[in-house]
Design a protein around this ligand. Sequence first.
Ligand code: TRP
Ligand code: ZN
Length: 507
Amino acid sequence: MRKRPIVSAAAGALALLLSVPASAAPAGPGAAGIGDPYYPNAGNGGYDVSHYDIRLKYQPTTDELEGTTTILATATQDLTRFNLDFVLDVKEVLVNGRAAAFAGTGEHELVITPARVITKGSPITVVVRYADRPGEVERGGQSAWLRTPDGGVAANEPESAAWWYPSNDHPTDKATFDVSVQVPDGTQVISNGTSTQSSRAGWTRYTYRQSKPQATYLATLAIGRFDIRTDTTPGGLPVITAYSTDLGDNAGAARASVERTGELVDWLSGYFGAYPFGTVGGYVPNVPTGYALETQGQIFYSPAQFARGTNTSVVVHELAHQWYGDSVSVQRWSEIWLNEGFARYSQWLWSEHENEGTAQELADYVYNLYPADHAFWTVKPGDPGADQQFAGAVYDRGAVAVQALRNAVGEDAFFRILKGWPTERRYGNATIRDFQAYAERISGKPLSELMNTWLFTAAKPAAGSAGVVASSPAKSSPAPTATAVVPSEPRSWKKIQETNTVHDHKD
Ligand code: TRP
Ligand code: ZN
């Protein structure tokens, strides 16, 4: 379901002019990566997926996962072979009904050579049969499968799919999903979208459907003992929440936070427009991690995020991603500010709403918290590098950039941009420069300088840049002496940073 290639339109047109007619082009292998500079092996070339059908069986006591994934795709070139991104042990591959040769590369690439050359534009059906213990599989010291005492969970960014299903693992190739998992009676399964279940001979099958386009890393799978609740918002949107039955002391705070999902999604719709998916929800498995992930319509939270009491701020952050990240996704991973800058900013709007500090106060606080020689300012939120993709600065400096935009274009244009952008780009992919062009069109103001200063410069912006103040306690009372007075900490600050502690494993 790729909407457009990563190369620019101009470069694409040029390539088209220079290339020989498709019919005469020799068939070749699909590229091992989709062309993302941060992750050269992420995704693959040569085809475009429209649907995943994932059919699994899982035994929690042994971590044995087996099953079959069927992929519906279309060839975008003549193909002698192509890759899928996958790390589990494969038993058999069929392409268009015929057995195909396959080999793992030791990375996350599964190389598939079909019996016949596939011609550009033709449909491809790939069936992959596999069996493995995902908790035992590591690649480059990384794993996306978290074992729990009663099962397991797939969660990671930018890569988690390869630990439970083969895919074209890049946000530019979105698809619809059917996920069907058999587990022993008494164990529950969580995935994206609407679900049904049936039981037979000691095993229960859970079947989930995501009928809206979904990026591969936003597909989620959790297996374990969960208490699942279903409800609907006043507007009729189904809300599905689930809690491990083993959350201990964190159970109350987790529920008191995540049970506000319906109310908070309605509140955010006021800023971002209609909610883009058919269901909303969240689940809290019994994992030792400290982060959350914006898995589509069914958010992954960690119990540790509720260890210091309720945290509605993290729920707001992950719900904001449903518009900024999930519906409108990055065109390349370097565009991560489009996700994290806005998800963090939504927490600032929530702080404002809760009278715990305005967005301006939070922006001023961040500005003053880090001196000019602090490493914080060396991170360019607009192009942080793969190593720093989830650094605190992508979030906090990224949200200051949003506040700078608000000050530059004024309240009216700002809120029209905030709401209009997810509508304009719904279910698609975009770059920061696309966003800039949109904001310029809506506001009628040139924004290059502001964007370059706040997002693309590895230095602290000058005091006063776009209304973000340096060291004055309040606008009405200028500092009496030359000595700078750092603004006091907004009441929401610590709670908001708790969302971020999460990223410490990467910072
Ligand atoms: N996108 C997640 C958030 O901001 C954070 C995140 C970054 C993450 N890397 C991750 C979560 C790896 C899980 C695993 O909410
Ligand atoms: Zn986030």
